[in-house]
Design a protein around this ligand. Sequence first.
Ligand SMILES: [Zn+2]
Length: 214
Amino acid sequence: MAEIAALTDVRSAPHAERPAGRRHPLPGRQEPDRERAAAAVADLLRALGRDTTEVNLRETPRRVADAFIEMLTPREFALTTFPNDEGYDELVVVRDIPFHSLCEHHLLPFQGVAHIGYLPGERILGLSKLARTLEHFARNLQVQERLTRQTADWLQAQLAARGVGVVIEAEHMCMSLRGAQSSGSRTRTMTLLGAVKDDRRTREEFFTLCGLQA
Ligand SMILES: [Zn+2]
C-alpha cells in the first residue's frame, strides 16, 4: 500500500501546525517579510534613479516582492512511494520537464528543461513527483550545478534506487541579457548515480531516453 514519505525539510519542520495553505519556510531560512522586501525594492528603484511616486511604479515594489517570495517558496508536496511489487527493473525516465529557478549570483531567472530518470530498487513513485522534486529545490536561490545534484541525491536517498540520472539544460538570463549576450545558449549539467553512472549500458540507455547523445 502507498506510504507517505514526506519531504523531511518541509513536513517535519516545526511549523506543521500552521493552517493549511500557509507556506512553510525551509529550516535555516526566515519567513519572508513582504513589507521589508517591498521597501527594499523601492529603495533599489530610487538608487537606480527612478521616481517611485510615479503612478506607473507605485505598485511595482509590492509586485516585485510578491514575485520573489513566490519564486523562493517551495510548494508543499508529499512524496508518495510504492513498493516495487512487480519487480520493475528498467529505467524510468521523464524528459523535457520545464522548470525555472533563480540564480543566486544575480537574482535573475534561469530556465529550461530537466530529464530525470531512475532505475527502481525497492520503491517506485508517481511520475509527477519527479517534476515536483525538482521544483522543490528550484524554488530557491540556486546555481544549476547544485540544483542538479540536490535533485539526484534526494531521489536516490528517498527511493533507495539502483541508479539515478538528472540532466538539466537551462538558459541563464544573467548570461543572455548582459555581457556576452549569448541569447539562446544553454548550459547542461548532470548528476549520475549508481548504475546510471557505473554501468555503460544503463548510462547509454538513460541518455537515449533523454533524447541526448551518449
Ligand atoms: Zn547569474
